[in-house]
Design a protein around this ligand. Structure first.
Ligand SMILES: [Ca+2]
Ligand SMILES: [Ca+2]
Ligand SMILES: [Ca+2]
Length: 426
């Protein structure tokens, strides 16, 4: 096994926005003062590839279920084992500790602690003792009602032959995205032009092929001045220990979209994804900014379902990320760092203003100082409280800067340590 992964958090910079520095801070730090490693992803989460070869066990595991659980027994991910192999792509809350693998049919639990470099040591099969903590019981049902090869007791949809496994990503809480929307120009680094949380529940068939996904998106703040649409894109994470890299997927992996009134499929020629809305205002029940200056309102929630064309063209390491686009200039998209533009983007914007994307090297949406237009966080059940309008994030969260400088290695709890009166929710 192996893995490696990555994501780390990071930081941001600041820029302009002078008016918000408090008078008791005579030398307010600027976002530009943060020097970060080139390969810093500005992500506060833990992404990990895990490939497990069960052949050493010498057990009959074909069509048997394997679960990944956290230390409380909560389901993180699951798969049906074929040819003694399983491959997982995990997006975990920062700080996730030991993971466990359980194979119910064998009454077997294996423990995978993190090693010193922060990776889980999957595959070493270090501990084969049953851990009663999970209350695991061998699967007793041999009935396979829907004939998909997975016995009823291990089948999340025992009467639907097209579904066998379902789990949420992230497995608890949400993926939080906080963005600046002026790309390719630099903004004021308050990261509240868009603040949203989303979660996805993915459903797979007995061949571990993605069949459909249910998405929930909570629009916490819309602090930007410009009108923007919102999209989801599906990409594959090709990151290694040395390089962060995401690659677009072809649009034909998506076969249908249902649910929200504003949601529709990307055009056939585009890369894989959906338009959540052509204008963020359209998914608000009434207009709000939630930034302390404009109107305040309970955040609206949008839900939709995406059907995929189950086939091996959807890789295990597929991940979902949101992006913004200019309502009046569709080719102007804003993505998190390292995430590629969709095929609807206008290449002419790259390398202009503050953008220093290097398309041939798969480096996207970063400035020449490696500063981002958005950050991503997976922080489990904790809430992220965003900044008030115009408050530079490094002022609101004093440890943010050190997090960035460390390339995400230290101060990963910066979001819990805000300076008083700088957050919208204060
Ligand atoms: Ca079945
Ligand atoms: Ca089934
Ligand atoms: Ca801003």
């Amino acid at each position: 096994m192996r893995l490696t992964a990555l994501l780390l958090p990071t930081a941001m910079l600041v820029g302009l926005s002078s008016c918000l520095f408090s008078s008791d801070d005579p030398d307010p730090p600027s976002f530009q003062s943060i020097s970060v490693p080139d390969n810093f992803s500005w992500s506060l989460s833990q992404k990990q590839f895990v490939n497990i070869d069960f052949s050493d066990l010498g057990l009959e595991l074909e069509n048997k279920r394997v679960n990944v659980r956290d230390e409380n027994g909560s389901l993180v991910a699951a798969q049906i084992i074929h040819s003694d192999l399983s491959s997982f792509y995990l997006e975990l809350p920062i700080g996730t500790g030991t993971l466990y693998l359980d194979i119910p049919s064998q009454n077997l639990v294996k423990i995978y602690p993190k090693n010193q470099s922060g990776d889980f040591t999957f595959g070493q099969l270090a501990d084969t003792s049953f851990d009663p903590y999970f209350g695991n019981k061998p699967s007793i049902s041999e009935m396979d009602s829907d004939l998909d090869g997975v016995v009823d007791s291990e089948d999340d949809a025992p009467t639907n032959p097209e579904l066998a496994i379902s789990y949420k990503i992230p497995y608890k809480g949400y993926k939080v995205v906080a963005m600046e929307d002026l790309w390719p120009e630099q903004g004021d680094f308050d990261f509240n032009d868009l603040v949203l949380r989303f979660n996805q529940k993915h459903h797979f068939n007995s061949e571990n092929q993605l069949y459909k996904g249910n998405y929930e998106l909570i629009l916490d703040a819309v602090g930007g001045i410009n009108r923007h649409g919102l999209g989801f894109q599906f990409v594959r994470d090709e990151s290694t220990a040395d390089k962060i890299m995401y690659k677009s997927l072809p649009s034909n992996i998506v076969s249908d979209v249902t649910g929200g009134e504003t949601v529709k499929m990307h055009d056939a020629l585009y890369t894989a994804g959906v338009y959540v809305t052509e204008d963020l205002h359209f998914i608000q029940s009434e207009f709000y900014n939630n930034n302390g200056e404009g109107p305040t309102h309970t955040p609206d929630t949008t839900r939709f379902e995406v059907s995929f064309s189950p086939s091996s063209t959807i890789p295990t390491n597929m991940c979902t990320m949101i992006y913004l686009f200019d309502r009046w200039d569709r080719g102007k998209e804003v993505h998190l760092p390292f995430f590629p533009p969709t095929s609807a983007a206008n290449d002419a914007y790259f390398g202009t203003e503050a953008d220093a994307s290097i398309p041939l090297e798969d480096i996207w949406y970063k400035s020449s100082e490696n500063h981002p237009w958005g950050i991503e966080m997976i922080i489990g059940d904790e809430d992220f409280k965003h900044t008030k309008e115009g408050v530079n994030i490094i002022l609101a969260f004093p440890e943010f800067r050190e997090w960035g400088r460390s390339g995400g290695d230290s101060n990963t709890d910066w979001y819990e340590k805000s300076k008083e009166n700088n957050l919208f929710q204060d």
